[in-house]
Design a protein around this ligand. Structure first.
Ligand SMILES: Nc1nc2c(ncn2[C@@H]2O[C@H](COP(=O)(O)OP(=O)(O)O[C@H]3O[C@H](CO)[C@@H](O)[C@H](O)[C@@H]3O)[C@@H](O)[C@H]2O)c(=O)[nH]1
Length: 410
């Protein structure tokens, strides 16, 4: 059995879904997955830095393609989008389809996994129509909860979900949204709750070179890792920082990652006169990620649901921090309530309330015993959520779905 994984967000690009797909590929049986991914970034359209080196070392086959850029469709008015679709996206899609058809034949593909509902389902539908190959859609959360700017795209999403042969949900929350918002039958959903690579994310000493790089000697470090988008609650942590500093004067907020919300966050840091207490690291290489988690006293991401219902599908970063024996603070929104066991592996707070966030951070920063006990419990829990255990479940699903393949006479 061999699965073609069509992923518009795949390493070396950062992002939760990319990490999940990489884990599935790494831990699946050899030659059971073939990845089809773009060599351009899905937002900027620029060539992805280091993709050739990544592919050479990946240990599983990857075919790179030129793919449509999501903003071409989403950031413009509807007539403009339709015109761009015909002039730009359609020729690109035909080329991708041609590559996929050749791959399916050459690699003897039995099923397709669509990794991005909104931008990828067309390929699953086309391959099923042409070659009779069934397809699965992998669902994280925000792509089904966030309201689309155009009603037509919202409706299309519903059709995509119903047309798929099977769906994967990364959390109970995501599974519930599929059922409640889209009327998907429970039997159609396979739950593969996100796991963490515990062979990489594990406790260890702090790296003095990193302390020196950021000038953090003697600081109590609060850390957030993630794409800098509004729902992650970094803005609220910044608003909480002045009152945290009153109780913990040597607190320092280290923010790892890049994203569209960064200019807003930097403005907030200036407006609140927090420059000496906050460091933006920008994008850091994967090789340095674990060292950043080890650096912190406390991991914080008080995520919240935005007005357009954009919310966290799970919150992989909480597991990563826990796997390094760090206590975490999360928001009570989306799937984060499953990723964090309140009072056990960390604290869950109302991410819309600055005083609640400040109180939780001060509580854990000033109580070493409590914080360390939560970190230890977090480590135990993370060790039971290994990403390596997810691959066999995914493989079994692919095998089951592949049996429904309909042979075409051509
Ligand atoms: N190396 C590196 N990794 C980064 C960086 N920034 C984020 N990451 C990694 O990217 C992943 C999480 O990215 P997020 O931005 O926090 O998540 P997301 O893309 O919103 O992820 C979505 O899918 C996840 C997987 O199912 C969900 O867990 C998450 O809630 C959300 O729905 C984590 O593995 C994190 O370590 C960076 O600068 N450098």
């Amino acid at each position: 059995m061999k699965c073609l994984m069509f992923a518009s967000i795949f390493p070396p690009i950062n992002g939760g879904s990319a990490v999940v797909y990489e884990g599935l590929c790494q831990f699946s049986p050899k030659d059971s997955v073939h990845v089809l991914a773009p060599w351009r970034h899905y937002v900027t359209g620029e060539e992805i830095e280091g993709w050739r080196e990544y592919d050479a070392k990946a240990g599983f086959p990857i075919t790179r393609i030129e793919l449509l850029r999501a903003p071409v469709v989403s950031s413009r008015s509807l007539p403009q989008s339709l015109w761009l679709h015909l002039a730009v996206d359609l020729p690109l899609k035909l080329r991708v389809l041609w590559t996929a058809v050749k791959l399916v034949r050459k690699e003897k593909i039995d099923c397709v996994c669509i990794c991005e509902l909104n931008s990828g389902t067309w390929l699953g539908l086309a391959l099923r129509r042409l070659l009779g190959i069934p397809f699965i859609i992998y669902i994280h959360g925000e792509e089904i909860t966030t309201e689309s700017s155009y009603r037509i795209f919202g409706r299309r999403r519903r059709h995509y979900l119903h047309w798929a042969d099977a769906l994967v949900a990364v959390s109970q929350f995501t599974s519930r949204q599929l059922i409640d918002l889209y009327g998907i039958a429970r039997e159609k959903i396979t739950l593969i709750i996100n796991g963490v690579d515990v062979s990489y994310f594990r406790p260890g000493p702090t790296d003095p070179a990193l302390i020196e790089r950021y000038g953090l000697t003697g600081k109590r470090i609060i850390l957030t890792v993630g794409r800098l988008v509004e729902r992650k609650g970094i803005d609220m942590t910044l608003r909480a920082l002045p009152s945290i500093l009153e109780r913990v004067p040597n607190a320092h907020y280290l923010i790892v990652g890049t994203g569209e919300f960064e200019p807003e966050l930097r403005r907030l840091v200036e407006d609140l006169s927090l420059t000496p207490h906050v460091t933006f690291t920008g994008r850091i290489p994967v090789t340095e990620l674990v060292a950043h988690y080890r650096l912190c006293d406390l991991f914080v991401m008080p995520n919240r649901e935005l007005d357009n219902h954009d919310t966290e599908g799970f919150g992989l970063v909480f597991l990563e921090a826990n796997a390094c024996a760090k206590a975490v603070i999360a928001g009570v929104a989306g799937g984060a309530v499953e990723a964090v066991r309140h009072g056990e592996t960390g604290l869950s707070v109302d991410g819309t309330r600055v005083p609640a966030i400040a109180a939780a951070i001060v509580d854990l920063l000033t109580d070493d015993a409590k914080r360390e006990a939560m970190g230890q419990r977090g480590l135990e829990v993370a060790q039971q959520c290994k990403s390596a255990d997810r691959a066999p479940v995914f493989h079994a699903l692919c095998a089951r779905v592949a049996k429904t393949r309909r042979r075409r006479w051509w």
